[in-house]
Design a protein around this ligand. Structure first.
Ligand code: AGP
Length: 615
C-alpha cells in the first residue's frame, strides 16, 4: 500500500506534503517520513513511527524548510514498522526515494549492491532502488537518466518519487503497477498516489500510464513512455471536492459513516429511478462503440470480481441476479481470479466492485480479463477517476461520499444499491416481467427510510455489544442472500474488534461447526421475513438445544420469543428485495460498539489499510 506525495514549488512545501500525507493515511499508517532539499542544497529527512501526526509533532520541534520535497506514509510489507524502515530512503546522503509497491527481486539486487560496497540501513525492498539510482548517477547520468536506466532492473510494482541534492529543480517520478498522478499548479507542481492528496492545491491532473517516467520542474513536465519516447498525456480537470474530513458530533468516522447511509443511499438512487423504470446511469462505451444498453441485451453470463467487503456485495448480487434473470453469475475474490486460467467467453460481462478503485488484486484481475477477452468490463466504484474506472469500459458510480474509516460501511450498502440498479437495467434489457421491475423500484424507494429506522435501534445494539467484550470467537449465520450478509458481519467484527469470527450458511452447521457451539460462543443471526425463515428457525433450534447463546436481528413475523439464551432486536418489516441491504446495518453497529468497548483503534485497526494497493 503506502501513500506518496511530492511537491516542487516557489514556497516551502512541508505543509503541503504533510496535508497530502494526512489525506493519504487511508493507504497505510505504520510510519511516515519526509525529505526536502533545503536552501543550502542539502538533503534533509525526518521520519517517525506511527501515524502522520507523529511526524508532524517531530517536525514542530525540528522544522524542515525547502521548495522541493517528497513524503510517504507506510503500510509495512518488507521490514516491520520502525523508523529505519520508514521512507524516504536515502543513498549517500544525497538522493532520496519514496516508493509504493513491492520490488520482487530485491534480494538479488541487495546482495549485488552490498558486494559493491553499498550499506543498507533498512529491511525494506525499497532501499535497493535508491542505491541503484545513486550508482547510475555516480557513473555520470543525470537523475532522470538514472531513474530510467534502473527501471529495467526492477521486477514487481512501483510508483516512485525521487529527489537529489545535485538537482534541486527537478522531481523525478516513475510508475509501473502502482498508481501515481501529477497535480498541476501555477509555477508549482505536485505528485500524489491519488488526487485526494492534492485537492487542497490543485484540481488539474495528469494520470501516469504504466511504464511512464517524468521529470517535473516548477514550470514544466517532461513525460516519457515505457519505451523512453517523449509523450503527451491528457490533462484532466477534476470535479472532486475535498470531502469532509470532519468528525462533527461523532467519536469515530465509522460511526459517522454508518449514520450517513440513508443520505448515501439516497444520493446513489437520485435521478436513477422513475416510477416504472430504471434510468440508464452507466457511463462509457466499449472499444468498438457499444453502449451499456446494447451490452446488457447481449450478455449471457456475468462474472463479478472484488475483494473483502466488495466481494461480499458481489455474493449478495449473485442471489439477486440469478433469481430475477436467466443470466448465470459467478463471483470470485480478485486475488484468486487473477491467477486462475479462464476460457474466453464471448458474451461475458465482467463487473469489478471496489470502494477505492485502487485495489491491486482487483486491478490485476481486470487486466487479465481484458487480455483473455470478454464482451465488456464494468466497474462499480466510489471514487471517480480512480484506476479501476479509467481501465473499465463502463462505470456505475456509487455516491457514498468519502469513506474514511478502514471498515467499509456506506460504500458497501451503496454498492448493493448500485448492483440493484444494474439488475434493474439488465432486466429491462432482457425484457423481464414489468411487475418484477416495478417491485424492485418500490423496494429501493423505501430503503433510505428503513435504514433510518434500523439506525434508531442504535442504543439497543450498543447494549447488546456489551456481551461481546470478553468473547474471543463468534459465529455468524444466515441463509440465502443473508449468508453473505453474515460473512460481511463476521468480517466487520474481526477487522475492528479483533474477535475471531466466522460465517456459515445456517444449514451447514450440522456438517461440522455445531461442534463449536457452547455458551462461550455467541451466535449472531439475521432473520428477515423471507422464504427461508422457517428453515433458519429450525437451524437456530439446533443451536439453542446445545446451549448456544443467540443474538438475532429478526423480523416481527419471525415470532422468535425472547428467552434466557436468545437476545432479539426486532427489525421493521422490510421487503425481501432489499432485506440484505437493511440487515447489514445492525451488524455494522454491533461490530462498531464491540470495538469501542474493547478500546481498539476503530478507524485505523491494526495491520490494515483502507486501500490495498499491493498484491
Ligand atoms: C472492508 O471493511 C475492508 N477494509 C476491505 O475488505 C475492503 O473492502 C477491501 O480491501 C476491498 O477494497 P475496495 O472496495 O476499495 O476494493
Amino acid at each position: 500500500m503506502c501513500g506518496i506525495v511530492g511537491a516542487i514549488a516557489q514556497r516551502p512545501v512541508t505543509e503541503i506534503l504533510l496535508e497530502g500525507l494526512s489525506r493519504l493515511e487511508y493507504r497505510g499508517y505504520d510510519s511516515a517520513g519526509l525529505a526536502i532539499i533545503n536552501a543550502d542544497q542539502h538533503l534533509q529527512r525526518e521520519r517517525a513511527v506511527g501515524k502522520v501526526v507523529a511526524l508532524k509533532n517531530k517536525l514542530k520541534s525540528k522544522p524542515l524548510i525547502g521548495l522541493l520535497g517528497i513524503a510517504h506514509t507506510r503500510w509495512a510489507t518488507h521490514g516491520k514498522p520502525a523508523e529505519r524502515n520508514a521512507h524516504p530512503h536515502v543513498s549517500n546522503n544525497r538522493i532520496a526515494v519514496v516508493h509504493n509497491g513491492i520490488i520482487e527481486n530485491y534480494e538479488v539486487l541487495r546482495e549485488e549492491l552490498k558486494a559493491e560496497g553499498y550499506q543498507f540501513e533498512s529491511d525494506t525492498d525499497t532501499e535497493v532502488i535508491v542505491h541503484l539510482i545513486e550508482k547510475a548517477e555516480s557513473q555520470g547520468m543525470n537523475l532522470l537518466e538514472a531513474v530510467m536506466s534502473i527501471k529495467t532492473r526492477l521486477r514487481g510494482a512501483y510508483a516512485l518519487g525521487v529527489i537529489s541534492n545535485d538537482e534541486p529543480d527537478h522531481l523525478i517520478i516513475a510508475r509501473h503497477g502502482s498508481p501515481l498522478v501529477i497535480g498541476l499548479g501555477l509555477g508549482e507542481n505536485f505528485i500524489g498516489s491519488d488526487i485526494q492528496a492534492l485537492l487542497p492545491v490543485t484540481n488539474r491532473f495528469i494520470y501516469l500510464e504504466n511504464g511512464d517516467t517524468a521529470q517535473i520542474s516548477r514550470y514544466e513536465i517532461a513525460l516519457y513512455d515505457v519505451t523512453g519516447e517523449s509523450v503527451e498525456r491528457d490533462i484532466v480537470q477534476s470535479n472532486a471536492s475535498m470531502g469532509s474530513c470532519e468528525l462533527g458530533e461523532y467519536r469515530h468516522f465509522m460511526h459517522k459513516e454508518i449514520f450517513e447511509q440513508p443520505q448515501a443511499i439516497q444520493a446513489t438512487l437520485d435521478g436513477r429511478l422513475e416510477a416504472d423504470a430504471f434510468v440508464n446511469c452507466i457511463s462509457g462505451t466499449t472499444a468498438n462503440g457499444q453502449t451499456a444498453q446494447q451490452v446488457l441485451k447481449e450478455v449471457d453470463e456475468i462474472q463479478i470480481i472484488a475483494c473483502g467487503t466488495s466481494y461480499h456485495a458481489g455474493l449478495i448480487a449473485r442471489y439477486w441476479i440469478e433469481s430475477m434473470t436467466d443470466v448465470p453469475c459467478n463471483v470470485e475474490v480478485a486475488s484468486e481470479y487473477r491467477y486462475r486460467r479462464q476460457p474466453p467467453k464471448k458474451n461475458l460481462l465482467v463487473i469489478t466492485l471496489s470502494q477505492s478503485g485502487e485495489t491491486a488484486d482487483t486491478l490485476a484481475a481486470l487486466e487479465k480479463v481484458k487480455q483473455t477477452g470478454c464482451l465488456a468490463t464494468l466497474s462499480i466504484c466510489n471514487v471517480p477517476e480512480s484506476s479501476l474506472t479509467r481501465e473499465s469500459d463502463f462505470t456505475l458510480m456509487t455516491l457514498a461520499g468519502a469513506e474514511i474509516g478502514v471498515a467499509s460501511t456506506k460504500a458497501f450498502t451503496t454498492q448493493l444499491v448500485a448492483l440493484q440498479i444494474l439488475l434493474g437495467l439488465l432486466m429491462q434489457a432482457k425484457q423481464a416481467d414489468q411487475a418484477k421491475i416495478e417491485h424492485l423500484i418500490t423496494g429501493l424507494k423505501q430503503l433510505p427510510l428503513l435504514v433510518e429506522q434500523v439506525l434508531d435501534r442504535d442504543t439497543a445494539i450498543e447494549t447488546m455489544a456489551e456481551d461481546f467484550i470478553d468473547k474471543n470467537n463468534a459465529l455468524f449465520l444466515g441463509r440465502g442472500e443473508q449468508y453473505p450478509v453474515a460473512m460481511e458481519g463476521a468480517l466487520k467484527l474481526k477487522e475492528i474488534s479483533y474477535i475471531h469470527a466466522e460465517a456459515y450458511p445456517a444449514g451447514e452447521l450440522k456438517h461440522g461447526p455445531l461442534a463449536l457451539v457452547d455458551n462461550e460462543m455467541p451466535i449472531i443471526t439475521v432473520a428477515p421475513n423471507t422464504v427461508l425463515l422457517e428453515k433458519l428457525k429450525s437451524n437456530l433450534e439446533e443451536v439453542r438445544s446445545r446451549g448456544g447463546v443467540l443474538y438475532i436481528f429478526a423480523d416481527k413475523a419471525a415470532k422468535i420469543a425472547k428467552q434466557d439464551n436468545i437476545h432479539i432486536i426486532e427489525m421493521p418489516a422490510i421487503p425481501e428485495s432489499i432485506a440484505a441491504i437493511v440487515y447489514s446495518v445492525p451488524l455494522q453497529l454491533l461490530s462498531y460498539y464491540t470495538a469501542v468497548f474493547k478500546g481498539t483503534d476503530v478507524d485505523k485497526p491494526r495491520n490494515l489499510a483502507k486501500s490495498v494497493t499491493v498484491e
